[in-house]
Design a protein around this ligand. Structure first.
Ligand SMILES: O=C(CO)[C@@H](O)[C@H](O)COP(=O)(O)O
Length: 226
């Protein structure tokens, strides 16, 4: 698969109309990845999709899937999402028993391996294992719900991570998720993010294609300045 170049815009289908999913996926065809939030009502207080639904989304989506697992025991469940054919599977560092082994299993199956951290989780522990991952997701809200306000206090952590990634010459992608909009994407891009998840800012727009292009353009301009 040819990988889309940065800046990548990944609409979160958490903000889509769940009973019209096929049409909602067609609306984001010009974006880079469809971001699929899997929540188990345990790791986070919300419940969304399981593997069966993700398999149908995978079969229907015009763009590859970026699955974000907000679940307990990803060591047990994450490989199933890679088996379904998701291009990328991201699990939470806070939930994984053995993040490096899990990332290796995901890659062996053929998915890109991602690790996510909540706003309060330090990032330094990942510095020595950057090469084990294809993507690091720095959450810019507390995981669980769409439509929350962007947390600017997560930006110093992202900036420090981006510096470390550059210093080590790593190719890992840096993703942000939560409250990303026309008003906030530039801060995140300037701090070093190259992959942006947006739910309400995209599905809430009158013209989805224009919203994706605008977010991409803003991120590109800010990353050059950052
Ligand atoms: O993972 C999550 C929420 O936990 C996100 O993917 C949200 O779906 C983003 O929604 P917006 O903040 O962009 O509305």
């Amino acid at each position: 698969m040819d990988l889309p170049r940065a800046p990548r815009i990944n609409p979160s289908i958490l903000a889509a109309d769940f009973v019209n999913m096929q049409a909602e996926l067609a609306r984001i065809a010009t974006a880079d990845f469809a971001h699929v939030d899997v929540m188990d009502n345990h790791f986070v207080p919300n419940l969304t999709f399981g593997p069966q639904m993700v398999e149908r989304i995978q079969a229907t989506s015009p763009i590859p899937l970026d699955v974000h697992l907000m679940i307990t025991d990803p060591d047990r469940w994450a490989p199933e999402y890679a088996e379904i054919g998701a291009a990328s599977v991201t699990f939470h560092l806070e939930a994984a028993a053995d993040p490096v082994s899990l990332a290796r299993r995901l890659r062996d199956i053929g998915a890109r391996a991602g690790v996510a951290i909540k706003p309060g989780t330090p990032v330094e522990g990942l510095y020595s294992v950057l090469e084990e991952f294809d993507q690091i997701l720095v959450m810019t809200v507390e995981p669980g719900f769409g439509g929350q306000g962007f947390l600017p206090e997560t930006m110093p952590k992202l900036r420090a991570l981006a510096d470390e990634v550059r210093r080590r010459g790593s190719q890992v992608w840096l993703q942000v998720d939560g409250g990303i909009s026309d008003a906030t994407i530039e801060q995140a891009a300037a701090a070093g993010a190259d992959t942006f998840v947006a739910g309400s800012a995209i599905y809430g727009a009158d013209d989805i294609e224009a919203a994706v292009t605008r977010l991409r353009d803003r991120a590109r301009a800010a990353s050059l300045e950052g």
